[in-house]
Design a protein around this ligand. Structure first.
Ligand code: DNO
Length: 354
């Protein structure tokens, strides 16, 4: 298992690489060119310089989260091949820099969605939270305005203002797109990517939809075991794999995560491991990583990953805002560092007892 943390890059992340380097057991970061919009070509010199920055701090650049997918590809519009060509060229340039893991999502219009970015908890911390009633009561424009108000001036991953300025146009693009169409567009995209993934040994790791059900009437296709297995089968190549995100899949209490992990043996390329606390149907908040603080059994999750032979890249995920830290919602240093330490403890115990 290679323990990493997400880092948003110079000029974006208030957490420094030097601080990440001091978290015991963390050997790498997952990062991206945060300024790139979906569909934009990545330059090799930019990738190289990002990698050098990370390596100078004594860390490895363990993977990219994310190379975002243009909506022309997701909707299968007439421009999709042009954007797939750009994506393929970007993958080549990333592969040439000896980087072999790409996390991406196939969610229409929005990436992850929350109704509250700083919900006060009984322990005095703030967390990201979701209430379906609040989402139902808001239109997508207001949703974006409310997310940016709460973001503390940071650009939220997947909520770039440039994209959000085109919300109406984006929604119109998805008018005719149902789940089946979205799935076949995903298959088309992945099929075209596989040759370059094979050439450069790049693993594509699709991120589950968060929350794991449709929002704002848009289709969602990465929501649970059956759908994940179907995606694996659609393009049955080991380079087509999954980011096993426990917090996203865990938004739906019906998802049995250890069971999903076992079913995906050999196809999990990246793991986001965090906890979530359900309070009512369609209502959840993020919690500390510890099992007893939320609704997920983190031991069972780490054990399932261990048992299927997963030894790849792991990162803790969203943390609470604690100890007065202000930063990117969910991505402060302190609680994620506690998460790393806990996950490393679970892993060591499982390993030594096996
Ligand atoms: C949120 C993240 C997502 C994830 C993307 C992957 O914190 O888990 O934004 O990075 O969905 O493309």
């Amino acid at each position: 298992m290679q323990m990493t943390m997400r880092w948003f890059g110079p000029g974006y992340d208030p957490v420094s690489l030097q601080h990440i380097r001091q978290v015991p057991g963390v050997t790498g970061v997952i990062t991206t060119l945060y300024n790139k919009l979906p569909g934009e070509q990545w330059e090799e010199s930019e990738i190289k310089s990002l990698k050098e920055t990370v390596e100078k701090a004594g860390l490895k650049l363990s993977g990219i989260e994310s190379v975002n997918v243009h909506d022309a590809i997701k909707t299968g519009s007439s421009e999709r091949d042009k954007y797939i060509d750009i994506y393929i060229e970007t993958l080549k340039r990333i592969g040439k820099q000896d980087i072999h893991l790409i996390c991406y999502n196939f969610m229409p219009v929005f990436d992850w969605t929350r109704s509250d970015l700083a919900k006060p908890r009984e322990d005095g911390s703030n967390v990201l939270a979701y209430d379906q009633k609040a989402i139902d009561a808001i239109n997508p424009d207001d949703m974006f305005a409310s997310m940016s108000r709460q973001s503390g001036g940071h650009t939220l991953a997947g909520w770039e203002p440039e994209r959000m300025a085109r919300l109406k146009e984006l929604f119109a693009m998805y008018k005719e797109i149902d789940e089946e169409k979205l799935l076949s567009n995903l298959a088309y995209f992945l099929q075209r990517l596989m040759p370059v993934c094979e050439e450069y040994n790049i693993n594509m790791a699709i991120h589950p939809d968060d929350p794991a059900w449709p929002v704002f009437g848009l289709p969602r296709i990465v929501t649970g075991k059956e759908k994940l297995l179907r995606i694996m089968k659609l393009v049955d190549n080991p380079h087509n794999g999954v980011t096993l995100c426990t917090g996203s899949l865990g938004t739906n209490p019906k998802n049995d995560i250890p069971d999903i992990i076992r079913a995906l043996k050999g196809r999990i390329h990246f793991a986001h491991v965090r906890n979530v606390r359900h309070t009512a149907p369609g209502v959840f908040e993020e919690s500390a990583h510890l099992s007893s603080d939320g609704s997920l059994d983190m031991f069972a999750i780490m054990k399932a990953l261990y048992d299927i032979g997963f030894r790849g890249v792991v990162r803790p995920d969203h943390g609470r805002a604690i100890w007065g830290e202000t930063g990117m919602p969910g991505y402060g240093l302190y609680d994620r560092a506690l998460g790393v330490t806990y996950l490393n403890g679970l892993y060591e115990a499982i390993d030594k007892m096996s």
